[in-house]
Design a protein. Structure first.
Ligand SMILES: Nc1ncnc2c1ncn2[C@@H]1O[C@H](COP(=O)(O)OP(=O)(O)O)[C@@H](O)[C@H]1O
Ligand SMILES: [Mg+2]
Length: 398
């Protein structure tokens, strides 16, 4: 639906450009932006046709085209750029006039299509996907460029509609559905398999039943955790723009989290050093979820050195104004430095097998990130493989 809308919008702008393209180029001339090559057919009389009134009108039109969010480039028959609007300047930089279009967009299909437009004078629409420096997606309309007031009648207009955000959202949605289905299907298939076994050939085999039932329960727990985390994530995503306003005490929240995890913390050397009250604007339950997830990870990803330390103190300027910083430091397996930026992505795990073995859903840190964002706080992750992890959360004071 959005694609259709943007395509239509694109076509409307193309019509506007097509109608005014003669004038645009006159404007280009008027502004002496273009390095012209004199052509035999170019006559003094032709140029005299541009009256002052025309120039003013044209400059107005160039102004309008410079206001458009979409990227507009005009190239000559050598594919050198002869005009680009402000949006194109913003995207590709200021100094691209007269450069070959391939210096900006090295895409063989695009270059071929420019040739086709030059040859057949038809309008061509194509998708353009770039992966460097980051993913970008454009719907490109190419059509025959201005034929009057230019030295060279063969030029091509490239109209680029930036659909990056829409395509990203669409792909994210379909990846998300595929991931969730996969995550739910795995335990379900396993439960079904065991049920078939104990209701079929192992019907009277008590030993087999004793062995399979706990595994089935574990798989059912995994599905339950996944659904709980998914619901949590979808709720927080909906509320992310509303900053919680209650006066909450970080000391109380971290004591509550400690109580919740008491059983799992038993084998740990656990030190909660928070003695003072630290008041911030927040949502008590959601902050419990944040620190539960972080401490839960410290517990799960600490194989040998079972030391976890919690501190809170004055912040160090990561958020605007006076702030507090909570730090949770473990001495566990750590996170390889290059993977750190990814651990807040949905379903990203450094080691999927390890995460599943300890009952992870791959959603905990994504939930943490969204709740911290909702609180207008900052998340800072310091870690190295095999050297433990320190997660800091910065909040503005109440
Ligand atoms: N304290 C930690 N120590 C080591 N690795 C961690 C820690 N916290 C998170 N990770 C890594 O980040 C991944 C994502 O964390 P999370 O979103 O909570 O998912 P999971 O359900 O797998 O724990 C984990 O799978 C793990 O690889
Ligand atoms: Mg986790």
């Amino acid at each position: 639906m959005e694609l259709l809308f943007y395509s239509l919008a694109g076509i409307i702008v193309i019509v506007v450009i097509a109608v005014s393209r003669k004038s645009i180029v006159a404007g280009m001339e008027a502004r002496s932006d273009i390095n012209r090559e004199n052509k035999p057919g170019d006559t003094e009389e032709g140029i005299e046709d541009i009256t002052n009134e025309n120039i003013e009108k044209t400059n107005e039109q160039v102004k309008i085209i410079n206001q458009i969010d979409d990227l507009i480039l005009i190239v000559d028959k050598f594919k050198n750029i002869k005009f680009f609007n402000n949006s194109a300047k913003k995207k590709f930089g200021e100094n691209n006039l007269n450069k070959h279009v391939a210096t900006l967009l090295r895409v063989p299909d695009l270059l071929q299509n420019i040739d086709l437009v030059l040859l057949k004078k038809e309008t061509i629409t194509m998708d353009l996907e770039l992966s460097s420096p980051s993913f970008q997606f454009f719907k490109v309309h190419l059509f025959s460029g201005p034929t009057s007031y230019v030295d060279d009648p063969d030029s091509v207009v490239l109209f680029l509609k930036d659909l990056t955000d829409i395509i990203k959202a669409q792909r994210f949605k379909s990846d998300f559905v595929a991931n969730v289905s996969h995550e739910l299907k795995t335990p379900l298939v396993s439960i079904k398999g065991f049920l078939e076994t104990i209701s079929g050939h192992a019907k009277d085999d008590l030993e087999a039943q004793k062995k399979f039932i706990p595994i089935m329960l574990e798989q059912a727990d995994r599905m339950e955790s996944l659904i709980k985390d998914l619901l949590s994530l979808s709720k927080i995503e909906l509320e992310e723009h509303i900053q919680p306003q209650d006066k909450v005490n970080l000391k109380e929240i971290l004591n509550n989290v400690e109580d919740i995890h008491q059983k799992n913390l038993k084998p740990f050397e656990f030190k909660n050093n928070i003695k003072d009250d630290f008041f911030i604007k927040g949502d008590h339950e959601k902050l419990i979820e944040v620190f539960s997830n972080i401490i839960d990870n410290s517990i799960k990803y600490s194989d040998k050195n079972k030391k976890i330390e919690i501190n809170c103190g004055q912040g160090n300027g990561k958020v605007i104004g006076d702030s507090y910083t909570v730090s949770i430091k473990d001495n566990g397996i750590g996170i390889p430095t290059e993977q750190i930026p990814r651990i807040t992505e949905i379903f990203f795990r450094v080691d999927a097998a390890k995460s599943k073995k300890v009952g992870g859903t791959g959603l905990g840190m994504a939930i943490v990130k969204h709740i911290v964002n909702q609180h207008r706080g900052e998340l800072e992750i310091k870690s190295e493989a095999q050297s433990g992890t320190e997660i800091k959360v910065h909040f503005s004071k109440f």
